[in-house]
Design a protein around this ligand. Structure first.
Ligand code: ARG
Ligand code: ZN
Length: 899
C-alpha cells in the first residue's frame, strides 16, 4: 500500500542516491515499447552473508530461452552499480572475461548469447547500512530488511528485474551473527537452519510458487513476534507470525486478528484460500510506503501494524485492518496473478484497493467506508488529475516507476473496478474474477486480460469501457431534467465530457423521489451513459427530484447543466433521499454553495437557511441511525475538496470562508451542540472499556465533531478561555488516542487565553509518548497543522528538534509533508512556505529520492494558483530542476511540472 534537521549521512550513501543521474540522462520508458524477454531465469538460488558494513550476495541463475520469443541473443540483467559491487561472474565455475563474454554498464550486465541451460553465478557486495533510499536491502533499527517493488531487486543482485520474469526462488540462504540477528526470514517455507562457527547461524528458505523479483523479501534482525494459526476452508493449517522490534510486540494483536479476518473474508467473498503453510508479517520503522505484499513475508510500515488502545486512534485501527487486508488480498490479486509490466500496475493495485475497501466496509460500515473513500478520491485523486502529473490509471510512460504509485493508479483504479461491479452486479463480477484466475493463475498479465475475463464471463462487450484505462483527467457529467405532467414522463438528460475522443461508458446510478410525498418512486437504477449526450425517460405519477450518481457510481464531477445548483432540490435530498450516500452528498453541496457565497461576498439568506435546516435535522438525528454518518454529514467539505471546485485556487480565501460558515453554524446552534456534546459524553462513558467497533467509533467521531464546532468559537478572551477549558477537559478525560488527538488538535490552534492550555497539552502529550515513534509522529503532525500565524516558524524550529530526522520517512512526513497540507500556511503569500520545502528538498533528495519526489508534488500544481503564488512555486521548481545532481524521481516530477 502506498502512503506519506538533517542528521548526518555517509558520503557513500550520498553518492548512491544520486549516482544514476550523474552518469546517465533520465530515460523515459513507454508502455507500447514492451518486448518479451528472449531469455528467462526460471530458478534462482541465493546466499546472503551478512556482516557489519558488508553483505555478500551470491546468486545462481538458471537460464532458459523464452519459447515464445525467437532469436535468443544476449541476456541482459539489471543491476544498479551505485549499490551493487560486482566481485565475480562465472558459468560452470569458469570466470567470464569482461568485454568478451560479458559487458558491464552502470545499470546492466550483458551476458553474450548464453546457451540454454546455463547456470550463471554472480557474487556482489552491497552495504545495506548505507542504503538511505530504502530500496533494495537496507537497515531499519535492529534489522536488515528489503523492499524490492518496483525495481529494488537490482540493488541486491544482477537479475532480469521485471515482473514478467517468474522464477522459483529455490534456496535462499541467509547467514548472520546469531546473537545480534536471531531471526532470519524469507519467502516460502523454511527448509534448513543451523549454527555455524564464530557465533554465526543460517536459515534456508524455499518458495514453491514462481514469482517476479519484486516479490522477493528477506528480513534479518533481533525481533519479537506473536504467533497464531488459521485453518482454511479446505483444512490447510497456516502458521501466522507477526514480527516487530521487541518493545512493540504487545501492539501486534490487532494486526493478527485483522489478518485472520482477511483470510476468512477472501474465502467467503471470492472463494480464495491461502496457499502456503506460513504467513509472516514484519513491522519496519523506516519504510517508504505503506506495506509490501512479498510472497509469504509481508513487510509493513510500523504505522500499519502496531496498534493498541493507548497509542492508536480509531483511524489508525481502521488503517491497520485495511492495509493488512490489502496486502493479504494481493496474494491472489498481485502474486498468483501478477502484472506483465509496470504500466499494468493498476491491474493489481486498483483491484486490491477495491477488495480492501469492500473488506473494511463489511467489517465496519459499508456506508461510512464509502463516504470516506469518496472524500479521498475528491481531495487527492481529483487534484492529481487536474495537475501536471495527470495520467490514465494505466500510464503511457514513466521515468521513475516509483512516481506512479499514485492516487490515480490506486484509488481511481479502484473506482474503475467498482464500475465493473456496478455494471455486472456482484455475481457477474465474481464470475469474471473466477474466469480471470482460471485463465491467468501463475502468470503476469495486462489490464486488457482482466477486462476480457470480465467481458467473456458475462458475455458482454466492454470495449467502450476500456477507455477508462487510457483517459486521464476527471470527466464531467452535466444533467438537466424535465417533467411532462400531461404524459407523466420525467426525462433526465446526461451529457459527458472528458479527455477521451470517444465517449466513455459511464454507469450512472439514479433514483427518483416524489416531490410531494418524499417517497422513492424509482429505486436505484444503473443508467448506461455511453453517448456524449443521452436522455433517459421514466414514467412517474407526479413530479420527482432525481437523486443522481448514487453511491458515487463513477469517478466523475456531476454538475447541473444550467451551471446554477438547484438548492431547493438539494435541501429536499439532504432531508429525504433514501440513499444515505446522496443524502450526505446533498448536504455537502449545500455547505459548498454557502462557503463560496461567503467567499464572493454574496451570501444569500436562503442558502444559509437551507444549510441551517440541513445541519439542524442532522444534529437531531432524523433519518440517521449511524453516528459516523451523522458526524460526516455535520462536517463541512475539506479545504482540499473545496479547492477542486475552483478554477484558480485561493487557499487563504477558502480557509477564511469555510471558517466563517463553520462559525455561523457553531454560534447559531451553540446550545444544541453543547447539549449533544454532553449527551454523547454520557454515552461514551456508558460505553465503558474502549472498543473499536463501528458504534463506539461513531460515538467518538460524532462527539469530536461537536468538540470541533464548540472550540471554533474563540473570538473574545472569555470564549478563548471556555474553548480551552473544554478541550483541556476532553484531553484529560480521553479514554484513548482518538479523543486525545481531537482535543490536542483543537488546543494546538489556540491563542490568547488558550495559549497556556495549548502549551501544557503539547508538553503533556510529548511526555506521555515516552519516545514511542508513532505517537511522537502525531505530536509533530498536530503542530504542523495548527492554525496559528507563526506556524511556519514553529515547524522550522521543530526540524531542529532532537527527535526529528529526514532519514525515517514517517518522521519526515509527519512534520514536513503534513505542513504542506496546512493550506493557508503553506500557501502563505510571502512564499516562505514554498521556500522552506524547496530548501528541504535539496537535502532530502540526496537521502531518499522516493520521499523527496512525493514531497515535491506539493509544489507542482502552480498553474492552479494566482499569478503571484504560481510564480513563487515555479521559482522553487526551477531551482530544483537546476540542482546537480538530482535524482530521477525528483527530476521527473519537477520537469513535468515545468513543461
Ligand atoms: N505493492 C505495494 C502495495 O500497494 C506498494 C509498494 C510500492 N513501493 C514503491 N517503492 N513504489 O501494497
Ligand atoms: Zn497494493
Amino acid at each position: 500500500a502506498e502512503s506519506f534537521s538533517t542528521t548526518s549521512t555517509t558520503s557513500t550513501a550520498l553518492n548512491s542516491a544520486v549516482a544514476e543521474s550523474e552518469t546517465t540522462a533520465p530515460v523515459e520508458v513507454f508502455r507500447t515499447d514492451y518486448k518479451p524477454l528472449p531469455h528467462l531465469v526460471t530458478k534462482i538460488n541465493m546466499d546472503f552473508v551478512i556482516e557489519n558494513g558488508k553483505t555478500t550476495v551470491t546468486s545462481e541463475l538458471f537460464i532458459e530461452p523464452n519459447s515464445s520469443v525467437e532469436g535468443g541473443g544476449d541476456l541482459v540483467l539489471d543491476g544498479d552499480e551505485s549499490c551493487v559491487k560486482l566481485m565475480s561472474v562465472s558459468i560452470d565455475g569458469k570466470e567470464l572475461e569482461k568485454g568478451k563474454e560479458y559487458d558491464l554498464e552502470p545499470q546492466k550486465m550483458i551476458i553474450k548469447s548464453p546457451a540454454p541451460g546455463t547456470v550463471l553465478k554472480t557474487v556482489v557486495e552491497i552495504v545495506p547500512e548505507e542504503n538511505t533510499q530504502l530500496s533494495g536491502l537496507y537497515k531499519s533499527g535492529p534489522m536488515y530488511c528489503s523492499q524490492c517493488e518496483a525495481m529494488g531487486f537490482r540493488r541486491i543482485t544482477y537479475y532480469p528485474d521485471r515482473p514478467d520474469n517468474m522464477a522459483v526462488f529455490e534456496n535462499i540462504r541467509l547467514e548472520a551473527d546469531e546473537k545480534d540477528y536471531p531471526v532470519l526470514l524469507s519467502n516460502g517455507n523454511l527448509v534448513d537452519s543451523g549454527k555455524l562457527e564464530n557465533g554465526r547461524h543460517f536459515a534456508s528458505w524455499s518458495d514453491p510458487f514462481p514469482k517476479p523479483s519484486y516479490l522477493f523479501a528477506a528480513v534479518v534482525g533481533n525481533l519479537g513476534y506473536i504467533e497464531d494459526t488459521y485453518t482454511t476452508t479446505s483444512g490447510r493449517e497456516v502458521k501466522l507470525g507477526v514480527y516487530s522490534e521487541k518493545e512493540n510486540v504487545d501492539k501486534l494483536h490487532y494486526a493478527m486478528d485483522s489478518l485472520k479476518r482477511s483470510m476468512k473474508w477472501d474465502e467467503d467473498k471470492f472463494g480464495l484460500e491461502y496457499d502456503l503453510d506460513l504467513y509472516n508479517i514484519v513491522a519496519v520503522e523506516s519504510f517508504n510506503m505503506g506495506a509490501m505484499e512479498n510472497k509469504g513475508l509481508n513487510v509493513f510500515n510500523t504505522a500499519y501494524v502496531l496498534a493498541d488502545k493507548d497509542t492508536a486512534s480509531d483511524a489508525d485501527f481502521e488503517r491497520v485492518e485495511g492495509v493488512i487486508g490489502h496486502e493479504y488480498f494481493h496474494n491472489w490479486t498481485g502474486n498468483r496473478v501478477t502484472c506483465r509490466d509496470w504500466f499494468q500496475l493498476t491491474l493489481k493495485e486498483g483491484l486490491t484497493v477495491f477488495r480492501d475497501q469492500e473488506f473494511s466496509g463489511d467489517m465496519n460500515s459499508n456506508a461510512v467506508k464509502r463516504i470516506e473513500d469518496v472524500r479521498m478520491v475528491r481531495a487527492r485523486q481529483f487534484a492529481e488529475d487536474a495537475g501536471p502529473m495527470a495520467h490514465p490509471i494505466r500510464p503511457e510512460s514513466y521515468i521513475s516507476m516509483d512516481n506512479f504509485y499514485t492516487a490515480t493508479v490506486y484509488v481511481k483504479g479502484a473506482e474503475v473496478i467498482r464500475m465493473y461491479n456496478t455494471l455486472l452486479g456482484t455475481e457477474g463480477f465474481r464470475k469474471g474474477m473466477d474466469l480471470y484466475f482460471e485463465r491467468h493463475d501463475g502468470t503476469g498479465v495486462t489490464c486488457d486480460d482482466f477486462l476480457q475475463a470480465m467481458a467473456d464471463a458475462n458475455d458482454v462487450d466492454l470495449s467502450q469501457f476500456s477507455l477508462w484505462y487510457s483517459t486521464p483527467g476527471t470527466p464531467t457529467v452535466k444533467y438537466s431534467s424535465a417533467y411532462d405532467a400531461s404524459t407523466g414522463v420525467f426525462s433526465l438528460t446526461l451529457e459527458q465530457e472528458s479527455k477521451s475522443d470517444k465517449p466513455l461508458h459511464i454507469p450512472v446510478s439514479v433514483g427518483l423521489m416524489d416531490k410531494e410525498s418524499g417517497e422513492e418512486v424509482v429505486p436505484t437504477t444503473v443508467l448506461d451513459l455511453k453517448e456524449s449526450k443521452q436522455t433517459f425517460e421514466f414514467n412517474v405519477k407526479g413530479d420527482v427530484v432525481p437523486s443522481i450518481l448514487r453511491d458515487f457510481s463513477a469517478p466523475v464531477k456531476l454538475m447541473p447543466d444550467s451551471g446554477a445548483v438547484d438548492e431547493e432540490a438539494l435541501a429536499f435530498l439532504a432531508a429525504e433521499d433514501t440513499d444515505g450516500f446522496n443524502r450526505w452528498e446533498a448536504g455537502q453541496r449545500l455547505y459548498t454553495s454557502s462557503i463560496f457565497q461567503n467567499m464572493n461576498g454574496k451570501e444569500s439568506e436562503k442558502t444559509l437557511q437551507y444549510v441551517f435546516d440541513a445541519f439542524e435535522r442532522t444534529l437531531k438525528g432524523e433519518k440517521l441511525d449511524d453516528y459516523s454518518i451523522q458526524a460526516y454529514a455535520l462536517l463541512l467539505p475539506t479545504e482540499a475538496t473545496l479547492s477542486e471546485e475552483m478554477e484558480i485556487i485561493d487557499p487563504t480565501a477558502i480557509h477564511k470562508a469555510r471558517g466563517a460558515v463553520k462559525q455561523k453554524i457553531a454560534r447559531k446552534f451553540q446550545n444544541e451542540i453543547s447539549a449533544k456534546y454532553e449527551e454523547l459524553s454520557g454515552l461514551v462513558e456508558a460505553d465503558g472499556e474502549l472498543s473499536v467497533d463501528a458504534k463506539s467509533i461513531g460515538l467518538r467521531r460524532l462527539r469530536n465533531v461537536m468538540l470541533e464546532y464548540l472550540c471554533s468559537i474563540k473570538e473574545t478572551p472569555e470564549e478563548q478561555k471556555a474553548a480551552a477549558e473544554l478541550a483541556k477537559k476532553h484531553f484529560e478525560n480521553a479514554s484513548g488516542m482518538t479523543d486525545k488527538m481531537a482535543a490536542l488538535s483543537a488546543l494546538a490552534s489556540m491563542e490568547g487565553k488558550g495559549t497556556e492550555a495549548r502549551d501544557w497539552a503539547l508538553q503533556k502529550f510529548y511526555d506521555d509518548a515516552d519516545g514511542y515513534s508513532l505517537v511522537v509522529d502525531k505530536w509533530f503532525s498536530v503542530q504542523a497543522l495548527a492554525n496559528l500565524p507563526d506556524v511556519l516558524d514553529r515547524v522550522k524550529k521543530l526540524t531542529k528538534h532532537p527527535d526529528f530526522t529526514l532519514e525515517v520517512p514517517n518522521r519526515c512526513r509527519s512534520l514536513v509533508s503534513v505542513f504542506t497540507m496546512n493550506a493557508p500556511a503553506f500557501h502563505n503569500p510571502s512564499g516562505e512556505g514554498y521556500k522552506f520545502i524547496g530548501e528541504l528538498l535539496v537535502e532530502l533528495d540526496k537521502l531518499n529520492p522516493q520521499v523527496s519526489s512525493r514531497l515535491a508534488s506539493s509544489l507542482i500544481r502552480w498553474r492552479r494558483y494566482d499569478e503571484k503564488l504560481g510564480a513563487l512555486m515555479k521559482a522553487e521548481l526551477e531551482k530544483l530542476k537546476a540542482m546537480k545532481p538530482i535524482s530521477e524521481d525528483l527530476y521527473e516530477i519537477v520537469s513535468k511540472a515545468l513543461d
